[in-house]
Write a protein that binds this ligand. Structure first.
Ligand SMILES: Nc1nc2c(c(=O)[nH]1)N[C@H]1C(S)=C(S)[C@@H](COP(=O)(O)O)O[C@H]1N2
Ligand SMILES: [Mo]
Length: 324
């Protein structure tokens, strides 16, 4: 198994990131020349022509009413390793990711493969605002009003065949637009996957915005996945390829550390990460931020991130401690 230079959550005791990681991150930044002068704009891609006006958006009736993670925090505390490994890097480096033009390649076990422009992809779908919890494997969580539509509605359009058992997703591969890809932090391009029934589940979302605005680059413009009952890393950003496949696809995190990051990665407070418990989480709600927040109060993590009533039936025959 190939080993990569950096893994998040090199966390000694429960959730405090050790010095070692900060040093590695600093080296990474210095090597990439990313830390200097790259303030970036708060909202670099709002002018994306293919993204419809979000004026009239239906509100999803099942949205959580918990306190939302404020815009500033949701767009400045990010994991997007292709734009740097510190939480603040993706925003700083966001302008490097040029998202126009953008297209998505559809291939594999389906009747309508091809290269679709972003406009082709989005046009038929009515957008909806859905407020979801998203729980990161690093034990923090957010509540975000996403703008998007069901992934299943998109996938159906390509007429998957009976051989399509899984769906594989791929992020843009481009060392200029995603400069973090100059370093072997993970196996690039970032890839993720879902079992077909997970992908078709009505909660699985293609997000194109948050807070009524087009996705900022640091949040995965122009389109990304949001799978709210799974750890955040399953919610792959800046997707350029979707493949219908017969067997379980490789994923970047699983390749990087298979004992730590399983294919399923359902949020599960009873199954610890090998290096820390997953029983509790720190909610990013604007009251605290960054390092200070490491010491703020924790709340209980819910099975399937609180979406068990909807998704538990997908896993009835599985041992979730083995299929983590
Ligand atoms: N391509 C890509 N997608 C990614 C990541 C990444 O590094 N690269 N990080 C993942 C992780 S670990 C999390 S927690 C979420 C964070 O999404 P957010 O920054 O919009 O909150 O994005 C996920 N999608
Ligand atoms: Mo994450």
């Amino acid at each position: 198994m190939k080993k990569y230079l950096y893994r998040p959550g090199k966390i000694k005791s429960s959730e405090i990131t050790p010095e070692e990681v900060f040093v590695k991150r600093r080296e990474f930044l210095a090597a990439a020349g990313l830390a200097i002068g790259a303030t970036g704009s708060v909202f670099p891609t709002i002018a994306n022509a293919a993204v419809p006006d979000f004026g009239e958006i239906a509100k999803w009736p099942k949205s959580t009413v918990e306190k939302q993670t404020p815009w500033d925090q949701a767009t400045s505390y990010n994991n997007f390793y292709e734009l740097g490994t510190d939480k603040g890097d993706p925003k700083k480096n966001a302008r490097r990711l040029i998202t126009e033009p953008w297209s998505v390649e559809i291939d594999g076990e389906c009747n309508k493969p091809g290269t679709y422009t972003l406009e082709d992809i989005l046009k038929p779908h009515a957008l909806e605002e859905r407020v979801y919890r998203l729980r990161c494997v690093e034990a923090w969580s957010m509540v975000i009003p996403w703008v998007g539509f069901s992934l299943g509605d998109l996938l159906k359009r390509f007429e998957p065949t009976g051989n399509a058992k899984y769906v594989r997703f791929e992020t843009l591969l481009d060392k200029t637009r995603l400069p973090g890809q100059q370093y072997p932090v993970l196996k690039w391009p970032y890839t993720e996957g879902l079992r077909m029934d997970e992908a078709m589940h009505p909660l699985s979302l293609i997000a194109v915005g948050l807070y009524g605005k087009a996705l900022p680059n640091q949040n995965g413009a122009p389109l990304r996945l949001v799978v709210p009952w799974k750890y955040g890393f399953k919610s792959i950003k800046s997707i350029v390829k979707i493949s219908f496949v017969e067997s379980q696809p490789d994923t970047s995190w699983n390749l990087s550390a298979p004992r730590e990051y399983g294919f399923y990665s359902n949020v599960n407070p009873t199954v610890s990460h090998p290096r820390w418990s997953q029983a509790k989480e720190r909610r990013l709600d604007g009251d605290s931020k960054g390092l200070a927040a490491l010491f703020s109060d924790k709340q209980e993590t819910l099975m399937f991130n609180g979406y068990g009533a909807e998704v538990a039936a997908l896993y009835t025959d599985m041992d979730l401690s083995k299929n983590f």
